[in-house]
Design a binder for this molecule. Structure first.
Ligand code: 6U4
Ligand code: NA
Ligand code: NA
Length: 157
């Protein structure tokens, strides 16, 4: 890669439910994901995470930093450095966001987390996030955004 771009990604959990949004355009189109985007000049990752959560989901939440991811891709000269945040409460209205069941036991008839409609790496680290770990990971993507290699380090939160 020739350059690195800094992003945020924020996940809201309530008991056994996880809030995700369906991306309608741009990078990651047609995938479910947490809420986030590019960190603007003069912003900290936490400030950007709070702003993007407001812009994309219409909610505010006491976000806590829970991990760091680094992605490279053979399809791009730009690597992605993503600060991941989570919260267990939020306020505000929800519109595009959708709840999914965390445990295999389906909660209130919700669908399970749609890993087949998410970035391929999410299944690697979501269990760390939901399991209470602080994590750092690097994922290298090959052609067509398929996983090639990954490395993860974890510690308790
Ligand atoms: P614009 O429209 O330029 O303002 P912005 O909302 O700033 O866009 P966007 O939507 O391109 O940025 O951000 C990409 C989002 O996708 C960030 O939340 C990071 C996330 N993301 C990128 N690669 C990912 C991957 N491999 N796995 C993952 N999330 C990824 O889980
Ligand atoms: Na975004
Ligand atoms: Na943005």
């Amino acid at each position: 890669f020739e350059s690195v771009r800094l992003y945020t990604n924020a996940f809201i959990r309530q008991d056994e439910k996880l809030l995700l949004g369906y991306k309608k355009r741009g990078f990651g189109k047609d995938l479910f994901n947490g809420f986030g985007g590019k960190v603007d000049v003069g912003e900290t990752p936490l400030e950007a995470a709070i702003r993007e959560l407001e812009e994309e989901a219409g909610i505010t939440a006491p976000l806590e930093h829970c991990g760091t991811l680094f992605f490279t891709s053979t399809d791009s000269k730009e690597a992605a450095y993503i600060e991941v945040f989570y919260a267990e409460q939020f306020s505000g209205t929800e519109m595009r966001p959708q709840w999914f069941a965390i445990s295999s036991a389906k909660e209130q008839g919700l669908d399970p987390i749609p890993f087949d409609k998410m970035w391929e790496d999410d299944r690697l680290w979501m269990r760390l996030l939901l399991g209470g770990c602080h994590f750092v990971g690097r994922v290298d993507f090959g052609p067509d955004a398929h996983l090639q290699k990954w490395w993860f380090g974890v510690r308790p939160r």
